[in-house]
Design a protein around this ligand. Structure first.
Ligand SMILES: O=C(O)CCC(=O)C(=O)O
Length: 206
């Protein structure tokens, strides 16, 4: 087990937080910021179209497809730097990951609303492993039902947060706006799609 891991229990779930997981996170941040084919898709919320409040990209093994903004997208190939990181995360967590959704928050105005990573194509009880690079941002959890207490973590640059099963079944998470933040942040969420090839993996980017 990696030395610097902190376990954070959640009722009906749990998190493992590795504070200094990626060596030289600023190098990987710059390589991804400049090397990734970033998109800013339109999303429809309550019947109105908006641009997603961050940039996104989807990388993974060949043959996987992901659906967002009403369109099915093939994976971009793994950049070498991410394939090595994925292999390391697999070894340390003992979970498999065949793709990753990347989010680029250009500053504190970019954000992600509350949701769970619980789409059927991720399987019954997925493990999601999330690497953060760049600006520190708050990451919030709230229970899906029961109005229980919200939990907040600060995700530092180079950290790995593993959302252990069955966290996605019972909790939602969000990355709220933080107006004072001027630095960018890139987040990589490693996932395992259990539908492959021509079967449609219909996860929505929130
Ligand atoms: O940026 C983050 O830390 C969270 C990303 C996230 O929630 C997601 O990709 O589902």
């Amino acid at each position: 087990m990696f030395a610097g891991v902190q376990h954070i229990p959640l009722e009906g779930g749990g998190l493992d937080y590795y504070s200094e997981y990626v060596p030289h996170p600023e190098v990987l941040f710059a390589a991804l910021r400049d090397g990734i084919n970033w998109q800013q898709p339109l999303v429809t919320v309550y019947g109105r179209q908006h641009v997603t409040p961050r940039l996104v990209s989807f990388v993974g093994n060949p043959g996987l497809r992901y659906q967002y903004s009403g369109l099915s997208h093939a994976t971009e190939p793994w950049p070498d730097s991410l394939q090595c990181l994925r292999d390391q995360v697999q070894r340390d967590t003992a979970y498999d990951f065949n793709c990753a959704l990347l989010n680029y928050y250009r500053d504190g105005n970019d954000c992600m609303g509350y949701h769970s990573d619980d789409e059927p194509e991720l399987g019954v009880s997925p493990c999601i492993a999330s690497v953060s690079l760049g600006a520190e941002r708050d990451f919030c959890f709230k229970p899906k039902v029961g109005g229980g207490k919200m939990q907040k973590l600060c995700l530092g640059s180079g950290s790995l947060l593993v959302m252990l099963p069955p966290t996605q079944q019972h909790w939602q998470h969000a990355l709220p706006v933080r107006r004072g933040v001027v630095q960018g942040r890139i987040n990589i969420t490693f996932r395992n799609l259990v539908t492959t090839g021509n079967e449609l993996a219909s996860s929505e980017i929130k």
